[in-house]
Design a protein around this ligand. Structure first.
Ligand code: FE2
Length: 382
């Protein structure tokens, strides 16, 4: 079933794509902030299991009296984990509703004031008016807008800042520094939205942020015997930011997107895809450190070469680690998905290694979603 609004997005894309370079140039993902129930322990998990490094800290000791934030880094990926310290803090409401989850997808820009003005004048709802924050290391300007659910984008202008993260943060010195696992940068971040909301948010990214639609999947592309979903991938002008947007579609049983929406109580970030240059090494290290990955049946590999053609990797090794492969016109990609990393069946991670391919693993959707359904069934949510 093709979407009737697709042409609107294509029109928006056509009209706004060139303009994108002008009105919202984005240099990359600046940081991803999760609101969590216990930042100290979450930080330990991301260091131990994922190989993130201790980077910065803010809390009562640094003058931030109402909450703590731990900043972790691995190559270009920066995670911020924040927990409120008082019963009446508004972040508690977010935690009660959503559980642990992504609050902020921060985008690195040269001019956060212009980013705010250009997006709000196109209809974005203000979250944070441009504000200058400074300390002895210089200043940053940050501004922010709302996106789907309770999720927000913060624009970070840091050209005049030399501190470790943001004003108010200090270097986090830890005696516990497990090695990295080879994670390099954020490849894409996926949002799950409710029934009939995919086009609304695809259009939001086109109209308000000047993104273009890279690709669209309907429920024929993404369905199994039981469940279905639809997806559109939105990208900024230079391609550094890619946001697929999923919505549930009707199937015999409950879509994995519906399960997410039920437990997250609304739209939110479903997965963060992180890139590696060596997926086998990365996945082996993560598995040894306790990360749980989705199980793919051995039969997936029986006709793999017929489907994807020649690849450099040894199929037996891929099979041992449950790594999936897909090919498009430009090359192939290797990918693997963790189980949800939180108590609620909400957010998970994707590990991806691109060998030319610019797509998202369409050929793996069926095997992948069947694996997700097996987990859903075990939770009694299928
Ligand atoms: Fe993905």
């Amino acid at each position: 079933m093709e979407n009737s609004k697709l042409t609107n997005v294509e029109y928006g894309e056509e009209k706004l794509f060139d303009e994108a370079k002008d009105f919202l140039p984005i240099k990359g993902t600046d940081y991803v902030e999760l609101y969590v129930g216990n930042a100290k322990q979450s930080a330990h998990f991301y260091k131990t299991a994922f190989g993130f490094q201790s980077e910065a800290y803010a809390g009562p000791e640094t003058g931030m009296r109402d909450r703590v934030s731990y900043v972790l880094r691995q190559d270009k990926i920066r995670l911020v984990l924040t927990t409120p310290l008082t019963a009446g803090h508004p972040i508690n409401e977010h935690l009660a509703l959503h559980g642990d989850g992504v609050k902020v997808i921060a985008l690195w820009v040269d001019d956060a004031t212009s980013a705010f003005e250009e997006t709000t004048k196109r209809g974005a709802k203000s979250y944070l008016e441009p504000q200058r924050e400074e300390d002895e290391n210089g200043y940053v300007v940050r501004s922010g807008i709302h996106t789907y659910g309770d999720t927000v984008h913060i624009f970070v202008e840091r050209g005049a800042y030399e501190g470790v993260f943001l004003p108010g943060f200090e270097k986090w010195e830890s005696h516990y520094n497990p090695p990295e696992t080879g994670l390099k940068y954020i490849d894409h971040m996926v949002g799950n939205v409710g029934w009939n909301e995919m086009n609304t948010w695809a259009e939001f990214y086109a109209r308000v942020m000047g993104f273009a639609q890279l690709i669209s999947f309907d429920d024929k592309d993404i369905s199994t015997e039981y469940t279905a979903l639809m997806s559109k991938v939105m990208s900024n002008g230079n391609g550094r930011i890619k946001f697929p947007i999923n919505e549930p579609a009707k199937g015999k049983k409950k879509s994995q997107i519906e399960e997410f929406i039920d437990f997250y109580n609304g739209a939110g970030v479903q997965h963060i895809a992180v890139a590696t240059n060596n997926i086998i090494e990365t996945v082996s290290a993560m598995r040894d450190r306790g990360v749980e990955f989705l199980y793919v049946p051995g039969s997936y590999y029986d006709d793999l070469l017929d489907r994807v053609g020649e690849i450099e990797e040894d199929i037996e090794v891929l099979k041992e680690h449950g790594v999936l492969v897909d090919r498009d016109d430009e090359g192939y990609l290797l990918q693997l998905f963790t189980k949800p990393v939180l108590d609620r069946p909400t957010m998970f991670f994707e590990i991806i290694q691109r060998k030319g391919a610019k797509s998202f693993g369409k050929g793996n959707f069926k095997a992948l979603f069947e694996a997700i359904e097996r987990e859903q069934a075990r939770r009694g949510n299928l």
